[in-house]
Design a protein around this ligand. Structure first.
Ligand SMILES: [Zn+2]
Length: 503
């Protein structure tokens, strides 16, 4: 038995003006053919899929197609997307006869010329292998589900957790679904309900947040022998594309009409959460500092969702740094910034020497550059392995880096974006976030997985940026309307959602 495997993963923030280029994929690692399993078989969803499928079908082989992974950022440049598409099609044609295909995907990925990269890739895959070969995939909980995706794949399996800590388990579910498709020779039935809503990412917590009970129900549903996949996708909200909205999907073996009521009930309960999901307490930068300084103990972890590199923001906002520089912060403040020029300035100055350069505010017009005068403490290579929220064993390369300090403010400067949710970013720079009074995580919610165990307190910041929580501050032009919270939508049963639903 031969199962072709591949990956195309990135989360796109359409409000980040920095397009994603081939070199950005190269920085995180492109692999072809056998390299896909050799290099990434122990990483994230692919590790979970292989481990489970090897148990089910010990004789199976896994010809690799290609692996394209890139840290969340702006839309993929059209020429890069064309090369990625061509690569997948060529590899799929060259690999010979396969019995099934597994793709590890995100689901909120768009290109300059394609609002639905994931759906297009699944459609191209389907076109090559034909209608009978099973195609399955795994998706992030923030996937923006499109009809094209659901019609092209047999089964898509999405995370049940946010923070995302069940990538391998999600892929294992896809593996079990694939095994059923292969052994039964049958096709499953999928019901899809699109809801006309997006909601604050800080509330996307499936453990203690408002949607937690819905995810417990999904887990219970997936224990039913007839269910292959039950998912609730809360959608990447900074994604100005037509079918943007929450989506509930249920894939069953039997296609029994009884499932209709189940999906309608859960979709109704999800819809009823929309107002409470938007009710989030955030603080302006001056209030963040004032509040943090009243907390006893350290660190106070500040979630800067608007500049969340985990949500595809630029990671170069100066909103908080400007505030930190205004006053003494006993215990110190620690943040990071994506700024290639500032790194070059640090390298030009050299370790131990004076640093005096404009930093940040260049990649998107949401905050001004700021003059940072201090000392270069350290020059580094920002290569490390991410395990925790989002992935396990994921090689990260944020390029060259530097630690610069001005008074009580310490910054890690990096050439390229990376996981703003992880304390390992600071640890790889030789800094222990536990030793600072204030530590910035550039993530709206996922950072809690790795910071909560030692944070003295957590504060959510209210800043401008490509991933800002104030929807009105961003220009949504492509989304279907009506859409909560832009419109006063009385019922989820609106025309465009009916058209975007299945079953
Ligand atoms: Zn996500």
């Amino acid at each position: 038995m031969r199962i072709a495997v591949g990956q195309c993963w990135q989360e796109t923030n359409t409000f980040n003006p920095q397009v994603t280029r081939w070199s950005d994929f190269e920085a995180m690692g492109i692999a072809y053919g056998d390299e896909v399993v050799e290099r990434y078989g122990q990483t994230g969803e692919l590790s979970g899929f292989l481990e489970e499928f090897r148990k089910l079908q010990p004789q199976a082989e896994y010809p690799g197609l290609a692996r394209f992974g890139c840290w969340p950022s702006g839309s993929i440049e059209a020429g890069t997307w064309k090369r990625i598409k061509e690569t997948f099609v060529e590899r799929l044609q060259a690999v010979g006869k396969v019995d099934g295909v597994y793709l590890t995907l995100h689901g909120a990925l768009c290109a300059e010329d394609d609002p639905d990269v994931t759906g297009t890739l699944l459609k191209l895959t389907r076109d090559v292998v034909g209608p009978d070969i099973p195609v399955v995939g795994s998706l992030d909980l923030h996937a923006n589900i499109t009809l094209q995706m659901m019609q092209s794949a047999d089964v898509l399996s999405g995370y049940h957790t946010s923070p995302h800590v069940d990538g391998p388990q999600t892929a294992a579910r896809a593996a079990r679904a694939l095994n059923w498709l292969l052994s039964s020779g049958k096709k499953p039935t999928t019901l899809v309900r699109k809801l006309p809503m997006i909601t604050a990412a800080e509330s996307h917590n499936t453990f203690v947040g408002p949607p937690a009970p819905l995810y417990r129900r999904l887990e219970e549903l997936e224990r039913h022998p007839d269910v292959l996949s039950a998912c609730l996708y809360m959608a990447m909200p900074w994604y100005d594309q037509p079918e943007l909205g929450w989506t509930y999907t249920l894939t069953t073996k039997s296609g029994s009409p009884e499932w209709q009521k189940v999906i309608d009930d859960i979709a109704k309960d999800a819809w009823n959460l929309r107002h409470v999901m938007e009710d989030v307490e955030r603080f302006a930068p001056d209030k963040v500092v004032a509040r943090a300084l009243t907390v006893s103990g350290k660190p106070v972890v500040v979630g800067d969702g608007a500049d969340a590199t985990n949500s595809g923001s630029t990671g170069d906002s100066t909103s908080l740094v400007i505030e930190f520089l205004k006053q003494p912060i006993p215990g110190g403040a620690l943040s990071f910034m994506i700024d290639r020029n500032a790194v070059a300035a640090a390298y030009a100055a050299g370790e131990g020497n004076t640093f005096d350069a404009q930093i940040g505010g260049r990649l998107a017009a949401y905050s001004p550059p700021v003059r940072f005068q201090g000392r270069v403490e350290k020059l580094l290579d920002m290569k490390w392995i991410l395990s925790g929220h989002i992935c396990n064993n994921l090689p990260i390369d944020m390029g060259r880096g530097a630690v610069v300090r001005s008074g009580d403010v310490t910054l890690v400067l990096c050439e390229r974006s990376g996981p703003g949710s992880s304390p390992k970013l600071y640890e790889c720079a030789g800094l222990d976030p536990r030793n600072f009074k204030i530590v910035v995580a550039k993530s709206p919610a996922g950072f809690r997985a790795d910071y909560s165990p030692f944070a003295a307190d957590i504060i959510l910041a209210d800043c401008p940026g490509p991933a800002a929580a104030h929807w009105a501050s961003l220009k949504f032009e492509q989304v279907n309307r009506p859409l909560f919270p832009f419109d006063n939508v009385a019922s989820p049963d609106v025309e465009w959602c009916r058209n975007a639903s299945m079953g």
